[in-house]
Write a protein that binds this ligand. Structure first.
Ligand code: SAH
Length: 394
């Protein structure tokens, strides 16, 4: 098949030669046609050297490269992407693990499929396309998933209506590409059970990226009083209940999230030690001095773009300073940021500023990130979005 060719301005080829998969619109000198959003295009340097193939979109990132070689992006090509991603998860011990049956199978640039995410919930795959190009290949990907998983896969849910760029929302609906609705399922993560409803939940239904950090939390909670703020479906709370915490309080401003947290706490070994509050975190923290031994701060992304980064940093500082002031002496604070535009250095500095403001002496116990099933391509450091610190607050 012939694809429209894009030629970059002189000198703009360097990042692609280093396998960075984004072509910014400003780097394009000319195109030998008018690609529609989602079309496959070929990218060339000003000297007509082939650089890569990808999906076109009329935005600041004009092309997202899915291959640095000239290929036919057919079923065989996408199946190979799925197989490679599967082999990596197999190597991670995630594909046939009775202790953990929830994981990310495809993570965008990290798996060479920019704009595509596929999460696994026991026997259901949930697909989210973030670009029109990837939305257009969803049926090929779905077919490949069925071939790779065979009988282990019962359904594939396409949840792209929320994730596609806003201009493409009209007319696109979520739905099953294979199988049918079961109304959600109970998954197991490191032996802890959670009910996941991908149809009505946030994102694909569950925050899989906190798996290892929840596991680490379990080491520090025995006999302790814990506060889990921004709890969503109670991931950290359930681990704490199963690891022998004396008391667990979960807070989320969304009533729906609190209902889900209560449902999950009921699946834990110590549901009576749990209490959940549908309230704003700052409001809840009022008057809670010296109340908790462990506090978790896992807010939603405060900054979704560079131009609001400053406000986001102020938000992180205020939140962290507040928790530092309230936590018991000798307490442990798990603090996170999932804003991609706030990198780990900026986050550390912001937390340091919060510590200065709170006037507490603080030691860094652990630097946290996202687990390996959310892989970061070494050529695409922007893929690292989750960062966290575990702090000992004296
Ligand atoms: N820690 C969770 C994921 C957090 S997602 C997990 O492990 O699954 C962020 C959550 O913060 C959302 O559920 C959202 O409803 C909640 N939230 C947003 N603003 C809030 C606020 N001001 N106070 C409390 N919760 C808030």
């Amino acid at each position: 098949m012939a694809f429209i060719k894009l030629y970059l301005a002189p000198g703009k080829e360097h990042s692609l030669k280093r396998f960075h998969p984004w072509v910014f619109s400003g780097a394009i000198r000319r195109m030998d046609g008018e690609p529609a959003e989602g079309d496959v295009v070929e990218v060339y340097s000003s000297k007509h050297e082939f650089l890569g193939m990808g999906h076109y979109a009329p935005g600041s990132i004009a092309v997202r490269i899915f291959s640095f070689e000239q290929v036919e992006p057919d079923y065989k090509f996408w199946k190979q992407k799925v197989q490679q991603a599967y082999q990596f998860r197999e190597r991670l011990g995630l594909t046939q693990n009775p202790q953990t049956d929830v994981y990310r199978l495809l993570y965008a640039e990290g798996d060479g499929v920019p704009g595509l995410i596929v999460d696994f919930y026991k026997d259901t795959a949930v697909l989210q396309a973030h670009s029109v190009g990837m939305h257009q290949v969803r049926t090929l990907v779905a077919e490949a998933l069925q071939e790779v998983y065979g009988d282990r896969l019962k359904a594939i849910y396409d949840k792209s209506a929320e994730s596609l760029p806003h201009r493409n929302h009209s007319g696109i609906q979520n739905g099953y590409l294979f199988g049918e609705s079961t109304g959600g399922t109970i998954v197991t993560e490191n032996g802890n059970q959670f009910f996941v409803d991908w149809e009505t939940g946030q994102k694909t239904g569950f925050f899989i990226d906190q798996r290892e950090n929840r596991s680490l939390l379990a080491n520090y909670v025995k006999g302790k009083s814990l506060l889990n703020t921004f709890c969503y479906t109670g991931g950290f709370s359930v681990y704490a209940l199963n690891a022998g915490a004396r008391e667990v309080h979960s807070v989320d401003s969304s009533k729906k999230a609190i209902e889900l947290t209560e449902r999950n706490a009921a699946l834990s070994q110590e549901p009576e030690r749990h209490e959940a509050f549908a309230i704003d975190t700052f409001e809840f923290l009022r008057g809670k001095e010296n109340r908790y031994d462990v506090i978790i701060l896992d807010p939603p992304a405060f900054a979704k773009s560079q131009n609001v980064r400053h406000n986001a940093l102020m938000g992180y500082k205020r939140l962290n300073a507040e928790a530092m002031r309230k936590i018991k002496p000798g307490g442990i604070l798990f603090t996170f940021s999932c804003s991609q535009v706030v990198d780990k250095y900026l986050f550390n500095n912001t937390v340091m500023a919060a510590a200065i403001e709170a006037g507490r002496n603080i030691k860094i116990m652990h630097h946290l990130s996202q687990p390996a099933d959310h892989p970061i391509s070494i050529f695409h450091p922007e893929g690292e979005y989750l960062k966290g610190l575990v702090l000992y607050v004296e």
